[in-house]
Design a protein around this ligand. Structure first.
Ligand SMILES: Cc1ncc(COP(=O)(O)O)c(C=O)c1O
Length: 341
């Protein structure tokens, strides 16, 4: 449903506002000083999150960026490289954090859909040791810059096994892993099994106002908790926000609704603007439209959307990302179609 002020905001799944159940949970959450492990709500959130992806332990962090970067910091030494798809969020859209904070560079794989094949790992490792050493391989699932594509489970399993044969650690940026679970029916622990650490966000499709989590073995998470302190991420009575994250996590199965709405949006766009999108490419909640097929200049579209109280980000290099989430519904999608007609 649109926001109470009538705004339909399709910019991102990060724009959601806390639900009444989240606000109620936040208001009544038992809290304590989390740096002393004294916050019962955070402790529960960490246990529930670890178990949701089949890991021993978890540590709550303020953002997905911090979760990814602490994981990179843990798994690598300065001067090493991280093997990643070239279009990874943790390489491209985290303001150079890995280079600045961990002193690493990236060995990139340039494939569609965020994919990395086993032979890419072999190729990279053939020269490692002479070229800079590779300390870590990373995945991102679902893959943001590829329009929310799911990296197929079997591919992740095979490539991760190859990476492990080469002695590489593996981190998954699972900011939207629950979208991958909703799209494939493959459960959290299966995705957890093919990675050593996994980061996921409560503040995207799950709808909580803030927070992410890193999950892994107990030893690894103890060390990442120490690094969180170093980076100023130790938080105190943070159960007030962890309470909303617990609600979002418990309701994660509702993400299929966002995917159904994204399909409707894609099918409607394809009918109205031939060539703008192939609905088959829309696997989750991110819809990538070829803006040129709409046949209007961006300024015209922007003005129409503004007067209809609709927000969508401008196209980037011709690709127009429209995102569904728990605060938009079918009537908002109809309003978007009517505005573009
Ligand atoms: C795939 C992916 N990873 C990580 C992040 C970073 O999350 P945060 O904005 O909480 O730092 C994002 C944010 O959009 C993302 O899309």
């Amino acid at each position: 449903m649109a926001f109470p002020d009538g705004l339909a905001d399709f910019r991102s799944d990060t724009v959601t506002r806390p639900t009444p159940a989240m606000i109620e949970a936040m208001a009544s959450a038992p809290v304590g000083d989390d740096v002393y492990h004294d916050d019962p709500t955070v402790n529960l959130l960490e246990e529930e999150s670890a178990s949701a992806v089949g890991k021993e332990a978890a540590v709550y962090v303020p953002t997905g960026t911090m979760g990814n970067q602490l994981s990179i910091m843990f798994h690598t030494n300065p001067g090493e490289e991280v093997l990643a798809n070239a279009a990874s969020h943790l390489r491209s859209i985290e303001a150079g954090a890995a280079q600045a904070l961990s002193g690493v560079a990236f060995r990139t794989v340039d494939r569609e859909g965020g994919q990395i094949l086993p032979e890419d790992v072999d190729d990279a490792m053939e020269v490692a040791g002479f070229f800079p050493r590779i300390g870590l391989m990373t995945w991102e699932n679902t893959h943001n810059l590829s329009g929310g594509r799911v990296i197929p489970y079997d591919l992740m399993k095979t490539t991760s096994a190859r990476a492990r044969e080469h002695g590489l650690a593996i981190h998954l940026d699972g900011a939207r892993i629950w979208n991958a679970v909703a799209a494939t029916g493959i459960d959290g622990p299966s995705w957890g099994e093919v990675t050593d650490t996994i980061q996921f966000c409560f503040s995207k499709g799950l709808g909580a106002p803030i927070g992410s989590i890193v999950c892994g073995s107990r030893d690894v998470i103890d060390e990442i908790r120490y690094l969180r302190e170093r980076m100023g991420g130790g938080m105190r009575q943070v159960g007030v926000i962890a309470a909303a994250a617990r609600v979002g996590l418990a309701e994660r199965e509702r993400l299929v609704e966002d995917h159904q709405l994204a399909q409707k949006l894609a099918v409607g766009m394809a009918e109205r603007f031939p060539g703008s999108i192939d609905p088959v490419d829309v696997e989750t909640n991110l819809v990538r439209i070829d803006f040129a097929a709409i046949g209007l200049p961006w300024e015209e579209v922007r003005d129409r959307l503004t007067s209809a109280a609709i927000k969508v980000n401008p196209p980037i290099r011709g690709g127009w990302r429209v995102c569904t989430h728990r605060d938009v519904d079918e009537s908002d999608v109809e309003r978007l179609f009517a505005t573009l007609a």
